[in-house]
Each structure stands twice: as structure tokens, then as C-alpha cells.
Design a protein around this ligand. Structure first.
Ligand code: B12
Length: 162
């Protein structure tokens, strides 16, 4: 509605805030599956502020029995490396909504791949900022998905890869 000029920026921010709180609530009340299969870390690269879809995506992983760690917006590379080591992250999930964020994602992936010698997490990337799988793979991602609707099948594919 904001895109069509039907609501103001303030109304959009307010609505996004409500959706975010609703996600927090749903995440709390949802049953947690015992015996976590894998661990996934969710973040948005660079200056990327669009984190709502990443929250949706993280809930799918949770439902599939994964441990999820949502850190939201970008954190320093050093801290990221530490959390990957400590938490034994199997999958890093990034969402990208602009060309600038795609560049940041590419930089981040290259830095991680060159600095982590063993047990590198796989990288899963999605979001409106990526036009095709070709761009995602060029940026260094291992897996790309264009539509959250196909996420359940994709999670099964990822589980086979790990
Ligand atoms: C909510 C919103 C915001 C909120 C975000 C709040 C939050 N915490 O996420 C706020 C207000 C912060 C915001 C800011 C901005 N926004 Co905004 N925003 C939106 C809005 C309305 C919804 C985005 C959303 O979450 N959609 C829900 C997701 C699920 O749907 P989707 O985007 O269609 O995603 C599909 C796929 O891409 C995929 N997918 C999406 N994410 C992921 C992630 C993974 C891992 C996977 C696998 C798949 C996947 O799944 C979906 C289909 O199934 C869109 C407009 C719209 N109609 O979508 C604009 C939109 C994304 N914003 C836009 C813009 C331009 C901005 C600003 C630059 C505006 C400004 N001038 O300040 C800033 C960016 C600031 C920054 N540095 O990032 C543009 C982006 C255009 C572009 N590609 O560059 C859009 C498209 C609006 C427009 N038409 O202009 N925005």
C-alpha cells in the first residue's frame, strides 16, 4: 500500500512494527522440536534494513526442527566469525533487497570463505535484490531461492547438502 501511495511512510513503519511483534509472539508460542538437527544463522548484510522476510524464513527452519539464531542487521565480521565457530553454524541465511546489499553480501561471503578454514557454513541467499540464481551463485552463495512458497522443499534439499 505504501508502494501505491495509499498509506504514508509512518503508517507503513507502524504496520511493519506490528508484523514484527506478531512474528515474535508466534515464534514464542510455537512448539519447539526436541533434538535440533542443524543450526542456521540469519542476518542481513551491509546497510540492509529489510529483515521481515528473513524472520518469515527463519520460522520455516524452526518448524523443520532447526536451531535458529536471528541476529538481524549486519554485525562486524570478527563477531560473525566468532558466533559461527561457537555455535557451529551449518547455514548462514542472508536476505538482499538492493544492489548495494548484494555487493555487501558478496564481500561478506568472500571474507568468510577465505578466513574459515574448516567447517564453513553453507550460504543461502534470497530476496528482491537478486534477479536470478546466476547472480546469487556469482556472489558466492551455495543456495538461492526466489520464492518463500518453495521454502519447505528447499530446506529438505539443504539438509541433504549438509
Ligand atoms: C516493509 C518494507 C520496508 C521496511 C522494512 C522493515 C523490516 N524490518 O523489514 C522499511 C521501512 C525499513 C523499508 C526501508 C526501505 N525500503 Co522498503 N519495503 C518494504 C516493503 C513494503 C515490504 C518488504 C517485505 O518485507 N516484503 C515481504 C517479502 C516476503 O516479500 P518480497 O519482498 O516480495 O519477497 C519475495 C522474494 O524476494 C523472496 N524473499 C524475500 N526475502 C527473502 C529472503 C530469503 C532468505 C529468501 C530465501 C527469499 C526471500 O520471497 C518473496 C516471495 O515469496 C517493500 C514493498 C513491497 N511491496 O514488498 C518495500 C521495498 C522492498 N523497499 C524499497 C525501498 C526502496 C526502501 C528504502 C531504500 C526506502 C528509502 N528511500 O529509505 C529503504 C531501505 C533502507 C535500507 N538501507 O535497507 C523498495 C526496494 C526496491 C529495490 N529493489 O531497490 C521496495 C520494493 C518498495 C518499492 N517498490 O520501492 N522498507
Amino acid at each position: 500500500m505504501w508502494e501505491k501511495g495509499e498509506i504514508t511512510v509512518a503508517q507503513e513503519h507502524y504496520s511493519s512494527g506490528i508484523i514484527s511483534s506478531l512474528l515474535d509472539y508466534l515464534s514464542e508460542v510455537q512448539n519447539i522440536v526436541a533434538g535440533k538437527k542443524h543450526v542456521a544463522l540469519f542476518m542481513s548484510p551491509g546497510e540492509e534494513e529489510h529483515t521481515l522476510s528473513l524472520r518469515f524464513v527463519s520460522e520455516f527452519f524452526k518448524e523443520a526442527g532447526w536451531k535458529i539464531i536471528f541476529i538481524g542487521r549486519s554485525i562486524p565480521l570478527w563477531d560473525l566469525r566468532q558466533i559461527i565457530d561457537q555455535e557451529k553454524i551449518d547455514l548462514l541465511v542472508l536476505s538482499v533487497f538492493s544492489t548495494g546489499s548484494l555487493n555487501s553480501a558478496e564481500y561478506l561471503i568472500k571474507a568468510l570463505k577465505s578466513e574459515i578454514a574448516s567447517n564453513q557454513p553453507k550460504i543461502f541467499i534470497g530476496g528482491r535484490g537478486i534477479d536470478s540464481e546466476e547472480f546469487a551463485l556469482k556472489a558466492g552463495a551455495d543456495v538461492y531461492l526466489d520464492d518463500i512458497g518453495k521454502l519447505q522443499e528447499k530446506i529438505m534439499e539443504i539438509e541433504e547438502m549438509i
